[in-house]
Design a protein around this ligand. Structure first.
Ligand code: NAD
Length: 387
């Protein structure tokens, strides 16, 4: 079972979790708790702005709380989105931040919070631990069940000059509150439910099987795998099923807690390279790559993949068989929920060298159970492309 319990680790979660249908009604009270008088909503321009924002702001209007809205965050948020959001906050003299949306607005809000609080430009904060101290009070309302960014310390931003997804990581990026209301997920289209759901599953599987795993994150990861496996098909094909939406939202948050204290691994390294080069949806890239990376790494993580396989439905007594079943069960799940394939992304053979180099450069490469260099990434991209 490889329980990991002798390994030293530290675990901190600075984020209060408010979970439940209707929990957005608590927003005015939470803003008072943190003494925020004029919050800034940071969100996207599509459904999050048009459909979801009014469902939330109605409670602020009832409570007589003034607010401002910055709604220009794109998918795979771009460096210029962050600079513009920060400028808008400073000009509008807001004193707190509410991120509303999927991982893109949440990550954008985290990065913007550093500039809003301490000035400078985004480049000053690239990398780890560059934010000097606490940022403005920050509440997150996720509307996808995927990134887990509501409980993580990272922000992933596309540097448009370098065409590279950069991470800004800070211990101060753990939001004050994650307000998890499954009702906000009902409008999520099937394709996005599927892609974001596999993103969350990938977080949980990689957190549990990578070299940085530890017991608390293991606990979160294993329950996340169970919840997501049980709920994903129902959430995709029966979008108003509140049990399924709740299972996905809880699962993705637990997966976020898991990987932010453990790590992700090669699926994410490859997916972020593809996201950088083709601006492809992060969850779709994960979904395509997850079974291939699991198969490639299987010999190095048999016991852990076996446990994952059994949680997902394998009845095999033999660990190796249960681990192989895990790969097949994930493949079937990705097929069932009708995610695109590698050729749909438009990946080009001539890009493989560059993609492999970008994957190798990713900080999570050393965490993969099978040691990976550019050579192995080239091999893996070729296996996936030729399948
Ligand atoms: P997203 O935020 O890009 O949203 C995808 C689409 O879904 C958008 O078009 C949005 O308008 C729409 N949408 C969101 N909620 C909706 C709803 N309830 N109803 C209808 N439409 C809705 O997608 P995501 O997958 O949540 O986030 C991806 C981003 O998160 C990537 O940039 C990725 O790198 C990042 N990420 C960050 C972390 C982290 O720890 N910081 C972890 C994983 C991923």
């Amino acid at each position: 079972m490889n329980p990991n319990v002798t390994k030293p680790f530290s675990f901190e979660l600075p984020t209060k979790i408010e979970f439940g249908k209707g929990s957005i009604k608590k927003l005015p009270q939470l803003l008072k708790e943190f003494n925020v008088k004029k919050p800034l909503f940071i969100t996207g321009s599509g459904s999050t702005r048009k459909v979801l924002l009014p469902k939330v702001t109605v409670y602020l209007e009832e409570a007589g709380i003034e607010y401002a809205v910055f709604d220009k965050i794109e998918a795979n948020p771009k460096d210029y989105n962050i600079e513009a959001a920060a400028k808008f906050a400073i000009e509008n003299k807001t004193d707190g931040i509410i991120a509303l949306g999927g991982g893109s607005p949440i990550d954008a809000a985290k990065a913007a919070s550093a500039i809003i609080t301490y000035g400078g430009s985004l480049k000053d904060y690239y990398g780890r631990w560059k934010v000097k101290g606490p940022v403005q009070p920050f509440i997150v309302i996720p509307t996808t069940a995927g990134s887990g960014s509501e409980v993580t310390f990272s922000s992933v931003i596309t540097d448009t000059n370098e065409q590279f997804k950069k991470t800004v990581k800070s211990q101060y990026f753990g939001p004050k509150v994650a307000l998890l209301d499954p009702d906000l997920l009902v409008s999520l289209p099937a394709s996005i439910t599927a892609a974001t759901g596999i993103d969350a599953l990938t977080h949980a599987i990689e957190a549990y099987s990578c070299t940085e795993s530890e017991p608390v994150s293991d606990a979160c990861a294993l329950y996340a795998i169970e919840l997501i496996s049980e709920s994903i098909r129902e959430a995709v094909f029966n979008p108003t099923n509140m049990d399924a939406r709740s299972g996905m939202l809880m699962g993705s948050t637990l997966a976020g807690i898991a990987f932010s204290h453990s790590d992700v691994a090669s699926v994410h390294c490859m997916a972020e390279a593809m996201g950088s080069l083709y601006d492809a949806a992060h969850g779709v890239c994960n979904a395509i790559l997850l079974p291939y990376v699991m198969e490639y790494s299987l010999d190095y993580a048999v016991e852990r993949y076996a446990r994952i396989g059994r949680i997902m439905g394998s009845t095999a007594a033999d660990d190796r068989q249960a681990a192989k079943d895990a790969v097949e069960i994930v493949k079937q799940m990705v097929k069932d929920i009708k995610l695109p394939t590698l050729s749909d992304i438009g990946i080009k053979k001539e890009d493989i060298d560059k993609l492999a180099h970008m994957s190798e450069e990713n900080g999570s490469t050393p965490s993969n159970p099978r040691p990976m260099t550019k050579k192995e990434y080239v091999e893996l991209f070729n296996i996936a492309i030729n399948d």
